[in-house]
Design a protein around this ligand. Structure first.
Ligand SMILES: Nc1ncnc2c1ncn2[C@@H]1O[C@H](COP(=O)(O)OP(=O)(O)O)[C@@H](O)[C@H]1O
Ligand SMILES: CC(C)(COP(=O)(O)O)[C@@H](O)C(=O)NCCC(=O)O
Ligand SMILES: [K+]
Length: 279
């Protein structure tokens, strides 16, 4: 890649930092509803923030991926200490690098989407950006699920407005909570597998691990199925059929057990960042 300018999209979550850079020709997406050009090839990386020197892995990856004169980093964060650590690593890298770097912290005001919640400034910018990315790719109405540290199940109405949603603990957090809050329960690997790999969402667990796995998967997927239908019904009379989109570190794990038709799109927050109109 030898462009003059490139954009580095960064989603700082509570478990991991996700980075995306678009390879090759950039496409202008702006705010065009239904535009599918976001499917352009992306280089993507997820670095768990529990990993030693995660910030160095992140910045080195970007240095190796992009060969441009000026990189503009768009950072959306719901974890301020991690965002600060990353900012310092970017500053340090820019001292030793030929590449010019600028960094912008993205807030909800940068996202061209109406927000219908009680306190918009308290809304996680990741929720808004994944909704924005989903709306750009699939149109509205759409239910957007981000299955990460927390699972968010959000609603974008017929008019394309962000209307809030639900927040529940993510799979790892639920697994931790059971192990932490009891004497007898082990901390399980919630990923599908083990003795009940055929379909843990329909067969009663006949041992502790399978029972926990069934509980966790059902808690998350039943919430998704129920709320996506309820949201769509709340927009009764809507002209367009409602869609359902999953993203986040656990999206692929839960997808086989979500009954409603849906799409899995990796790194929707970063895709939303790359879609933002340029100032
Ligand atoms: N290798 C992994 N490292 C960390 N989390 C993982 C990994 N594989 C799957 N996960 C799951 O992904 C979730 C984190 O998803 P992610 O979307 O990165 O979260 P966040 O946006 O909160 O940082 C964890 O809660 C865990 O359940
Ligand atoms: C709900 C979240 C914790 C999800 O974070 P994540 O799982 O992506 O790390 C985050 O969007 C957040 O801190 N939100 C602030 C509260 C709100 O959105 O209402
Ligand atoms: K999330």
């Amino acid at each position: 890649m030898s462009e003059r300018n490139c954009v580095v999209a960064v989603d700082v979550g509570n478990s991991a930092v996700k980075l995306c850079v678009r390879r090759g020709e950039e496409k202008k997406v702006g705010d065009a509803l239904g535009d599918k050009s976001v499917a352009a090839e992306l280089a993507q990386l997820s670095v768990p923030i529990c990993e030693n020197a995660w910030h160095l892995r992140a910045t080195r990856w970007v240095r190796d991926q992009v060969r441009c004169e000026h990189s503009h980093w768009l950072i959306a964060s719901v974890h301020q200490p991690a965002a600060q650590t990353l900012q310092h690593a970017i500053d340090a890298m820019s001292v030793d690098s030929d590449m010019q770097m600028t960094v912008a912290s993205v807030s909800r005001r940068d996202v061209p989407m109406n927000v219908r919640v009680d306190q918009p400034d308290r809304l996680g910018v990741d929720r808004l950006l994944s909704a924005y990315g989903a709306r750009n790719q699939f149109g509205s109405p759409v239910t957007v699920v981000d299955a990460g540290s927390a699972v968010t199940i959000d609603w974008v109405n017929d008019e394309g407005d962000f209307c809030g949603g639900a927040i529940l603990p993510g799979l790892r957090m639920q697994a931790n909570a059971l192990a932490y809050g009891t004497d007898a329960l082990p901390e399980i690997d919630w990923k599908v597998g083990g003795s009940q790999s055929e379909n843990p969402a329909t067969v009663a667990g006949t041992n502790t691990v399978d029972a926990i796995r069934l509980g966790l998967i059902t808690a998350v997927t039943a919430a998704i199925d129920r709320l996506s239908v309820a949201y769509a019904n709340s927009g009764a009379g809507s002209k367009a059929q409602s869609k359902l989109v999953l993203t986040g570190g656990d999206a692929a794990t839960i997808s086989p057990f979500v009954q409603q038709p849906h799409e899995v799109v990796p790194n929707l927050v970063c895709r939303g960042l790359l879609d933002l109109p340029r100032s």
